[in-house]
Ligand binder design. Structure first.
Ligand SMILES: NC(=O)c1ccc[n+]([C@@H]2O[C@H](COP(=O)([O-])OP(=O)(O)OC[C@H]3O[C@@H](n4cnc5c(N)ncnc54)[C@H](OP(=O)(O)O)[C@@H]3O)[C@@H](O)[C@H]2O)c1
Length: 300
């Protein structure tokens, strides 16, 4: 085996996180769990008093992580960041945006590759691997033609979900064609009457509400498809709608030390009259190289 609690590498720690996550897919985690060294490497085991000496980190059902032992700072940060998504509630929605210092996620023309650096891109892939589904708005598909698969780290591809109310997107975008993962196009119910497939993607209709599609309805419809853990990856309009509807448990904003000066906004909410009406959630902060990621907790 050769590993001891003091020498776990980042890649071993990521394997432990994945092991915990995938175990939870078939067996929701009601108790605390621990990462312990086992035969052939590191494994994940239910906390057991007799193994207390081997515990590297444990996380409770509220998502609080307790890192034990002399592990390196990057490994401790990795466990602190990702373990809450492995042992918390069965239903969770987390959004992420990468923005400039002046709060832009892309230029006016939609160019966004890349506002944030390599560590934030890796983070996005890790988040995809830990969630049932990755959700994006039609604007992101139109501008980025994204794959939304897990490529920068180990892990399984999530279900890919695109919100396209009027079903205006062409079937030719990569994620509608490549069959790399189950893909769902969500549109208004009255637009779901046509072909049941959009390229290779399934089509799911959701009732219209006053302003497009209700994030609550979207969440419920996806839960019926087995997608209870949602990672909303952009863009700004989509994430803002989830936030405004109080449909986010956590919002991660990675800030890059660049100023674009114009462009597409990250978060846009209805005007408030006073600063006291602004949101001041509890936050966690992680350094991603030159970037800083703030994670806002709305479920605390
Ligand atoms: N830096 C980053 O982190 C990041 C991440 C992702 C994307 N991006 C960039 O951001 C830009 C796209 O972002 P964006 O804010 O313009 O658009 P977006 O959020 O990707 O898509 C917005 C569109 O999605 C549909 N939609 C989303 N939620 C909906 C809801 N609840 N109900 C109804 N329709 C809903 C609507 O289109 P319909 O009305 O047509 O249905 C809406 O106009 C691109 O330039 C992309 O490159 C940046």
């Amino acid at each position: 085996m050769g590993n001891s609690p003091g020498t776990i590498s980042e890649s071993d720690a990521w394997q432990c996180v994945l092991a915990l996550r995938y175990r939870q897919r078939s067996q929701p985690c009601a108790e605390g769990w621990a990462l312990v060294p086992g035969p052939g490497g590191f494994g994940v085991t239910a906390i057991d008093a007799s193994q207390a000496a081997a515990v590297l980190a444990q996380v409770d059902c509220g998502g609080t992580v307790d890192v034990c032992g002399s592990i390196s700072a990057p490994v401790a940060a990795l466990l602190q960041l990702y373990l809450p998504f492995c042992a918390g509630a069965a239903d969770i929605t987390v959004a992420h945006l990468g923005q400039s210092l002046d709060g832009k996620i892309a230029t006016v023309t939609g160019a966004s590759h890349y506002v944030t650096g390599a560590q934030d891109i890796l983070h996005n892939h890790r988040m995809r691997a830990l969630f049932d589904a990755v959700v994006v708005g039609s604007g992101t598909v139109q501008h980025d033609d994204p794959q939304l698969t897990v490529r920068h780290c180990d892990g399984s591809n999530p279900v890919r979900v695109v919100i396209d109310t009027e079903r205006r997107l062409s079937e030719n975008y990569r994620l509608f064609q490549d069959e790399e993962a189950r893909t769902i196009l969500i549109c208004a119910e009255d637009k779901a009457d046509g072909p049941s497939r959009h390229g290779a993607a399934e089509v799911m209709g959701v009732p219209r509400c006053a302003d497009g599609l209700s994030p609550h309805r979207l969440r419920d419809a996806l839960a019926e498809q087995g997608c209870r853990r949602l990672f909303v990856e952009g863009g700004g309009i989509t994430v803002s709608r989830f936030l405004e509807a109080k449909c986010l448990d956590r919002l991660q904003v990675t800030v890059s030390p660049m100023i674009i000066g114009s462009g597409r906004a990250a978060i846009t909410l209805p005007e408030v009259a006073s600063l006291a009406d602004g949101l001041r959630p509890e936050t966690r902060r992680f350094d991603f190289g030159d970037d800083v990621m703030f994670e806002c907790r709305f479920d605390a």
